[in-house]
Design a protein. Structure first.
Length: 55
């Protein structure tokens, strides 16, 4: 299952550098393109506020 970023996101961008398929972009908060996400979990592992989880 792909990951999703909740509104708890503090826009630190730690997740962006970890994504091997570059599917995280900045909006009001950071957003994961769920169609492009390969469910590797790298972004979730580095999120300091645990704002990323499986859909």
């Amino acid at each position: 299952m792909p990951r999703r970023i909740s509104t708890d996101c503090i826009a630190c961008a730690a997740c962006v550098a970890e994504c091997p398929v570059d599917c995280i972009s900045e909006g009001d908060i950071f957003v994961i393109d769920e169609d492009a996400c390969i469910d590797c979990g790298a972004c979730e592992a580095v999120c300091p506020v645990e704002a990323i989880s499986e859909v």
